[in-house]
Design a protein around this ligand. Structure first.
Ligand SMILES: *Cc1c(COP(=O)(O)O)cnc(C)c1O
Length: 495
């Protein structure tokens, strides 16, 4: 049966999976959501015997029904190969009373690789299926990790170009170096004098600008998105929750059907939404624990039912979560509004004009499977140090936000179900913050000295992604105002 995708802002706009992937964003700024979430059609016992790629196929085929078996397997095989430093793709380790699902073994050492190593294949396959003739221009706003993962995925892919906008002063030094050293003639990296929300808003504006899109089409280009607003990002992210659950079965930590909790360090709400979709697919997840940093707009939303972005934007040591407009929350709002596009659109218009909206009590009830909390900067540092000292395990700052929130959840609830923590980045990506948390005197060292020290402390080899940028040449140095984003895109395309 064919699964179609509907816009969250217009119930009459429907698309096949491949068209939804190609477009990225629906018309009128809506997001594509699956008409329904199909049930898993293979038992958890069987999935427990499969490897990552096989699990990926069994999950993704349910969501991308217009892809043939050959097409989908080609995409999966091309993505989850030696680009990852372990055959397990996403290893799960038991430390300090929780299961850390390490999603950072791909080529840019953050969880974005899980989806962005397959998105270029899904996208070019979708273009072929739909006879698209234009070059695809990927426009991406990044809080640090999506940018590099998307650049690595799309570099030198024929028929594509990619432009990445990042907040010039809002990413870690390693994140910036990773991006500005990107090779590939089809890549462009631009810093903007603004924050992530400015970058994301600017990109969304270009997507929705009819005149601009028509002009580019004449010139042989069409936009698509590598942000988690693209359903081609979300679907591959559902896979690792199913994989994690079945690895716990294989390790004897749970039996089929036992419930687990999932903790997700959250920014744009994509990763946790994928877990929610996996739960709807039938995965026995009890609580979806949404962990925020000091930009705790989601915590406030889950506790009060009011989403309010009118507040100070705080730069933290977990920059990939420094976000006040969590785009993917719209998909959940649509769902709890009873799949009502009109109602959702009203709320999103309020968000646009007033910067806030409030959901009804009835909608609030639908959020029972979510729990939200947040971690302060000091708590994040303490968690890193504590788990290093107790378990000799060094986690990154984002994962530490999740770990801290999990401890708060346990204290409040006494819920001791086995719990998976999505570990979203390698500590090597945020070396300075991580090492400073362990001992403030490290701060006098250079970034690469710190990497060497981290290696000594943790016994974890320095990832290739870090070795590669030690001596790499800077290839991108454009910085622009947020008003200049469109011009920069045109310049890059030569139109
Ligand atoms: C992107 C990112 C997040 C936030 O994920 P969302 O899907 O945007 O909620 C958390 N941690 C790291 C390291 C990231 O790169």
């Amino acid at each position: 049966m064919e699964l179609l995708y509907k816009s969250t802002r217009n119930e009459n706009e429907k698309a096949t999976a491949s068209v939804a992937i190609l477009k990225g964003l629906a018309n009128e700024g809506g997001l594509f959501v699956p008409d329904e979430i199909p049930e898993l059609d293979v038992s958890l016992e069987e999935l427990a015997k499969m490897d990552y790629k096989q699990v990926a196929y069994r999950v993704m085929r349910l969501m991308l029904t217009d892809f043939t078996e050959d097409e989908l397997k080609y995409c999966i095989d091309s993505a989850y190969d030696e680009k990852f430093d372990t055959e397990e793709i996403a290893p799960i380790v038991n430390k300090a009373g929780a299961w850390y699902l390490e999603l950072f073994h791909g080529q840019t050492i953050a969880f974005k690789d899980m989806a962005l190593s397959i998105l270029p294949y899904l996208l070019t396959t979708s273009a072929r299926k739909n006879n698209v003739k234009e070059d695809i221009v990927i426009l991406t706003a990044t809080s640090g990790d999506t940018g590099k993962a998307a650049l690595a995925g799309f570099a030198d892919v024929p028929g594509t170009k990619i432009v990445v906008f990042y907040p010039k002063n809002g990413v870690s030094p390693i994140q910036e170096k990773q991006m500005v050293t990107q090779t590939g003639d089809n890549t462009r990296v631009i810093g903007i004098t603004g924050n992530f929300d400015d970058a994301q808003t600017g990109v969304k504006k270009m997507f929705q600008d009819k005149a601009l899109n028509e002009y580019l089409e004449e010139k042989g280009f069409r936009f698509s998105s590598a942000n988690s607003i693209n359903i081609g990002r979300l679907v591959p992210q559902m896979v690792y929750y199913v994989y994690a659950y079945t690895r716990l079965m294989a390790k004897g930590a749970i039996k089929s059907g036992d419930r687990i909790n999932v903790v997700v360090p959250t920014g744009n709400f994509g990763n946790i939404l994928a877990a929610y979709y996996a739960k709807q697919m039938g995965l026995p997840i009890n609580k979806l624990i949404c962990a925020s940093n000091d930009n705790k707009v989601l915590y406030d939303f889950f506790t009060t039912g009011t989403y309010d972005k009118n507040r100070e934007f705080i730069l933290t040591t977990s920059p990939s979560m420094d976000i006040l407009i969590s785009s993917n929350l719209e998909r959940l709002i649509y769902r709890i509004a009873g799949n009502d596009a009109e109602k959702n659109k009203e709320l999103m218009t309020e968000l646009n004009t007033k910067g806030c909206y409030e959901i009804t009590d009835e909608m609030k009830k639908e959020l029972a499977s979510f729990y939200g909390n947040y971690a302060t900067e000091q708590e994040v540092a303490e968690t890193i140090k504590k788990v290093y000292e107790s378990d000799n395990y060094i986690m990154d700052t984002h994962t530490a936000v999740a770990s801290t929130v999990y401890e708060k959840y346990k204290k409040e609830s006494n819920d001791m179900l086995p719990t998976v923590i999505a570990s979203t980045a390698s500590p090597y990506k945020f070396t300075r913050s991580v090492m400073n948390a362990i001992d403030a005197s490290y701060d006098s060292m250079s970034d690469f000295e710190l990497a060497d020290e981290l290696c000594k402390l943790s016994g974890v080899k320095i990832p290739k992604a870090i070795e590669d940028i030690r001596s790499a040449e800077i290839r991108h140095n454009i910085v622009c105002d947020k008003e200049e984003m469109e011009n920069e895109v045109k310049k890059f395309l030569g139109v």
